[in-house]
Design a protein around this ligand. Structure first.
Ligand code: PMP
Length: 412
């Protein structure tokens, strides 16, 4: 496998530790990634040198903090190739971004009998806002189903998206099965029917080059913490004309133009959607994470993760009594791999792997309708990032074999 961009160990202090007397192998990156020193330093520098509230001060620190914050917006704009910086709205995270769209665009545009189309592999964050909106507006929520090998069924999408569809909201990459969806094709289909398309990029932006103009998505949401920035910062990209036509999400300071006793007017985008004091340090940290990822190169990151998947997936599938969910071909997979060991609850698997220093997640991964579809209540999930290594993959495989032995799986 390609180990060219392998040695990031010095950059991630948290990875340099033992857990249960074993080398820590962190394979829970789909839940949250680790932070490199460069991001931690950007946060410390901000708090030690520039900390102030943004936009409303004329003193030097306020001007520096404002510049840091707006620089971070420009870095994100370039990173996802948004047409302008004002198309990038800082939010608390992907969940917040998706709720914002449902509460503003959705509230304004969905009428009884309209259709909202999502997929069955959605994270609850890209499911419940639409489910609740549909209920409130007496609209119809439709699900795009999976193909037999766990991919989004494009033929079904063409069937489900109709002239009644007003919103299509689909993940760009599954947080359970590691499937990448044909978001660009879905955008074209949605637009043919006059609908807008929302992309959930939580599991895509950290792992592959994303170009929102090329995808032609109307909205695109993601979280900073899955791409190595602080918790509590995220992004909503939106096409400017749509954002301008939408009502505000929250009311208060920063988002206004004029306020009078009986009426108020709103600031232009992006500030209209950034009410109150924002997570300025978080945005600065996100900017530093974008710098780091751009320096490594998103194509290199994608290539490295692909080579890890090429290495580990066939070895995982080859273990008797291990079932991998979703596509079985490595080239159809991101670094997110869900599996179960026959006869064992995934929580027991995750606990046993932790004894060998391997951190994986177990549960429904906030995707219960998908779990129902897969016929399970939970899975174990190993999720790789570019700083993981072939040795990490070997330790996972070894720990799974040891877990099987410990529980006598396959021997009785
Ligand atoms: N969508 C997907 C596909 C995710 O994986 C996640 C996080 N697990 C989210 C949305 C929600 O992200 P957050 O919790 O950071 O808001």
């Amino acid at each position: 496998m390609d180990n060219n961009i392998n040695d990031f160990s010095g950059d991630f202090p948290v990875l340099d530790q033992q857990v249960n007397d074993e080398r820590l192998v962190y394979l829970d990156n789909a839940a949250t990634a680790q932070r490199p020193r460069q991001v931690i330093k950007a946060l410390t520098d901000f708090y030690e040198q520039d900390n102030a509230n943004v936009h409303r001060g004329v003193h030097t620190l306020a001007e520096r903090a404002t510049k840091d914050y707006e620089d971070a917006r420009q870095k994100v704009q370039a990173f996802i190739n948004a047409p302008a910086a004002h198309d990038v709205i800082f939010t608390k995270g992907c969940t917040d971004s998706l709720n914002l769209i449902a509460a503003t665009y959705g509230e304004q545009n969905i009428k009884p009998g309209d259709e909202i189309v999502i997929s069955i592999m959605e994270h609850h964050s890209n499911l419940i806002p639409w489910q609740q909106l549909a209920k409130k507006k007496q609209a119809v929520l439709k699900y795009i189903e999976l193909t037999a090998d766990g991919e989004l069924d494009l033929a079904d999408a063409k069937h489900k998206i109709t002239d009644k569809t007003k919103i299509v909201a689909v993940t760009h990459a599954s947080n359970v099965m590691g499937t990448v969806t044909p978001l660009k094709e879905l955008a074209a289909i949605a637009h043919q029917h006059g609908a807008v398309i929302v992309g959930d990029g939580a599991q895509a932006v950290p792992h592959m080059p994303v170009n929102v103009q090329d995808l032609d998505v109307d909205f695109y949401a993601f979280s900073g913490h899955k791409m190595m920035s602080p918790m509590g910062i995220g992004v909503l990209y939106g096409k400017a004309d749509l954002l301008r036509a939408m009502p505000p999400y929250q009311y208060g300071g920063e988002m206004i133009n004029d306020v009078h006793r009986d009426q108020s007017t709103w600031a232009d985008i992006p500030f209209k959607f950034e009410a109150g004091t924002q997570n300025i340090a978080g945005a600065v940290g996100l900017g530093a994470a974008v710098d780091y990822l751009s320096h490594v190169g998103m194509k290199n990151i994608q290539r490295k993760e692909q080579s890890l998947v090429n290495y580990v997936l066939p070895r995982l599938i080859a273990i008797p009594d291990v079932q991998v969910y979703g596509p079985q071909l490595p080239q159809k997979h991101t670094g997110v791999i869900s599996f179960n060991i026959k006869g064992l609850h995934p929580h027991d698997v995750a606990t046993a792997l932790d004894m060998d220093g391997v951190a994986v997640r177990a549960g429904h991964h906030c995707a219960q309708p998908l779990m129902e579809e897969l016929g399970v209540t939970a899975t174990a999930r190993a999720s790789f990032y570019f700083y993981n290594t072939k040795e990490d993959a070997d330790q996972l495989i070894k720990a799974i074999n040891e877990t099987k032995e410990f529980f006598n799986i396959g021997t009785i």
